[in-house]
Design a protein around this ligand. Sequence first.
Ligand SMILES: [Ca+2]
Ligand SMILES: [Ca+2]
Length: 467
Amino acid sequence: MKAWSKLGWIGLGVVGVMSGCDGETQVDDTGTPRVDAFVEGADAFVPEVDAFVPEGVDAGIDAAALTPDAFVPADAFSGPDSAMSATDDCMRTGYPALSLVEVAPGHDWNRPVFLTHPPGSSDLYVVDARGFIYLVRDGAVLDTPFLDVSSMIGRLTGGVGDERGLLGLAFHPDYATNGRFFVGYTVPGDGENVVAEGHRSTASADQADPTLTPILTIADFAANHNGGMVAFGPDGYLYIGTGDGGGGGDPQRTSQDPDRLLGKMLRIDVDTTSGGMMYGIPSDNPFASTAGVRPEIWAFGYRNPWRFSFDRLTHDLFVGDVGQDLWEEIDFEPAGSGGHNYGWSDFEGTHDFAGATLRAGDTHTTPIYEYHHDSSTELVRGGISITGGYVYRGLAIPELRGAYVFGDYASADVVGFRFCGGAVQEPTRLDLGTAVSGLVSFGEDDAGEIYVVTFGSGSNVRRIVAR
Ligand SMILES: [Ca+2]
Ligand SMILES: [Ca+2]
């Protein structure tokens, strides 16, 4: 646990206990001392999720009680937690009617591919695959891009389905003070997948220095399946999703190869360096000291993890992993549990995939949700390339809270479900009031509101709102 630990929350943290206390004082996520839920005599405190109902919330299902002024401090979402509990959100049923609102009305987007924000900031940053990052403030795109590395990334020539370019962005948890951010991109051609560090300009807080410093470069062999998503976890470490390299059918068997970084989730420490690398290896990485396994590896067996996210309330990790020809899947990782093997290319979804075997000794962590490319039986109709989303924990749409919202690049459908008690509840095609075309990514702002990013003929960046 790194920078944010000072906020006082723990992994499953609905109710935490102060480190070093002897069971006398507990705090909830707002730092309010709580003693009523304390279990007398317990050596190791176990969060009593069910026992905790935030003040002002009647069992968590009264939408009228979920107004921000009722109990949530104005800055409650500056970190990944809120004062409300996952249990409350799991008691909800159904989904509200929704619609989409442009973040910058009338703006002519080109290749938007991701949206994110610095911690604690209401600004929105939109990544354009051609090599730009645009800053959106108060409903308008600033004239000068935050970052322009288009001359390095190169103009994409493979059409809107081209998977290369500038693909990911993550602001350091202490960005407000240190100005550090990280991007994922591909170099032109079939070249490397790169994670690089950038810095906010000292001349203007709305612009970055023009030079990026690569910190991790991974050789690649095909134009597709480049991962590219980077995100800081609740632990303050940088998570990096990598594709299997590309082609089709995992031709180089990279995803199960312990000596290659393709087809994995990686976790690194960008605040230290070690072993001649420009980053450190967290000591609790699952293979940090395992001979024959790259220490950066956090999880095995992805094909192309196209968008992953941490539930800001539970810290669980949800990954949309793009399938081959039959099955799209959503993988789940309980907060802080590394070392899983998600199966590719021994499995596509829960199904055997010919030609590969699982890494010796591993067991297959199966997806929590999968859908077939045969649209006649699926909520996602016509899907062939999943776009992983977010668990909605915002305040603006109480009836949507707790829902993991995702979609598919090739489908007009967006689907939500709540993952509670280890089970997918009420998977439902959401009513957005419009078909979504070219859904390339979701995004989340500091308040927990979520966005859809589309490109192609309908390039746009829109916020999901209640209708
Ligand atoms: Ca590739
Ligand atoms: Ca899998």
